[in-house]
Design a protein around this ligand. Structure first.
Ligand code: FEO
Length: 405
């Protein structure tokens, strides 16, 4: 029944859209959904590149059957084992018991570990090739983009890079599959949010992969999420290059937690100080209202981060603590930091924020504002000064080699 879209002659898109899931990895909101991309190459031998989330397994199998029209599936190439891509592996094996599963040694360990599937596997090493007929595949191991087993598959004849998660983004495919046939505006912000939250920890691995791919001529990038890139390949590679080098724009993100408005007033005042010092991009997030994935996205975009928190049960405000944990585990580099806090009878928040910036090895403003109860004149001025100091550091920032990628 299905008429699958052809990317080039004999290479078909057989992926699916997920408009049902509310949160990717049960954490990250999907206001525009997400696609799980899979590609079928029909030649003397047939090969499928990656599968899809098992929730869409039935429709996925039907799409493959429609294309193969009774032929068997010879190979399943696994670029990435995360279950949003490997989820239908076991189901596929039931329909195509003779299919060979192609992956590197780490992939095949995970094939057993996740699904207890063994036998009919083909272990490949870096730069090995597999001939399907006219189409020839070459495998490039790219560990930690985004898991240790991740690899990319390069189709030599038509110069198609099947890139796994790399160059992917959130957002469903709404009719068309290849970028030249759609308006791609909605994907750029979702690419940054996707990268920052999913791949963001692995900047140096992404840089290594980009260098490794440099000699390849590429006509199409077929990622596992989002459009097939043809017209916008240069832009997409630039986005991933900039983000993985932690290259940021001149701007300041101010994140605060506040129960009764006192810390919030400090945040507003700090923002005024930043703006008065000539920074035009000032983004304020109430940590209890903004989604953390959007805050992380903005932190990846902008060089300055100022965090404010009340002291709560002799600790940081829990929502702020949770955000700091999300920043720490991603090992975000090359930022300018400032902090402020408020307390009622005993101060603890600013101390914790100081420890945080030491852990991150970021440059910090000297001034830290710690107000007892409501904001008063001296600390009002100090908040303006904090904003101004961070702005000056952001403007004069030069990447410090030990922390640059
Ligand atoms: Fe889309 Fe790392 O999986």
């Amino acid at each position: 029944m299905f008429q699958n879209q052809e990317i080039t002659k004999d290479v078909f898109y057989v992926g699916v859209n997920d408009r049902q899931k509310h949160k990717f990895e049960n954490m990250l909101p999907l206001p525009q959904g997400v696609s799980y991309n899979s590609y079928l190459i029909v030649d003397e031998k047939t090969a499928l590149v990656d599968t899809v989330d098992i929730a869409m397994g039935d429709i996925f199998i039907e799409k493959i059957q429609s294309q193969l029209q009774g032929r068997t599936l010879d190979y399943l190439i696994i670029n990435h084992m995360e279950p949003d891509h490997s989820g239908s592996l076991k189901l596929l094996r039931k329909y195509y018991p003779e299919m060979q599963i192609v992956g590197n040694s780490k992939t095949l360990d995970m094939v057993y570990g996740f699904y207890e599937v063994t036998g009919k596997t083909l272990e490949i090493k870096d730069e090995d090739t597999l001939v399907l007929g006219k189409h020839k595949l070459q495998f490039h191991l790219t560990p930690m983009v985004h898991w240790p087993e991740t690899m990319m598959t390069y189709e030599i004849t038509e110069q198609i890079l099947f890139s796994g998660d790399a160059f992917g983004c959130f957002g469903t495919l709404d009719g068309a599959v290849v970028d030249e046939n759609m308006n791609v505006d909605k994907y750029w912000d979702e690419m940054t949010r996707y990268y920052a939250n999913i791949v963001g920890k692995y900047g140096s691995a992404v840089q290594k992969a980009l260098k490794k791919l440099t000699p390849l001529d590429i006509n199409y990038i077929c990622s596992t999420h989002g459009p097939v890139w043809k017209e916008y390949i240069t832009k997409v590679v630039d986005v991933y290059d900039q983000l993985s080098r932690y290259e940021t724009n001149e701007g300041v993100v101010i994140v605060y937690g506040s129960m009764y408005g006192n810390t919030e007033l400090m945040a507003e005042t700090v923002a005024q100080g930043v703006a008065q010092a000539g920074i035009k991009d000032v983004i304020i997030h109430n940590v209890s209202k903004s989604d953390p994935s959007v805050i992380i996205q903005d932190i990846f975009k902008y060089r300055g981060l100022i965090v404010g928190s009340p002291t709560y049960c002799n600790e940081l405000y829990p929502e702020v603590e949770s955000l700091l944990s999300k920043i720490e585990i991603r090992g975000i580099k090359n930022h300018i930091f400032g902090c402020f806090g408020s307390y009622t009878w005993a101060s603890a928040a600013v101390k914790r924020l100081t420890t945080f910036v030491e852990t991150m090895k970021w440059t910090s403003a000297e001034i830290m504002v710690d107000e007892k109860q409501g904001l008063k004149k001296d600390n009002y001025q100090a908040c303006l000064e904090l904003g101004s100091q961070v702005a000056a550091l952001v403007k004069s920032f030069k990447c410090d080699p030990p922390h640059c990628v």
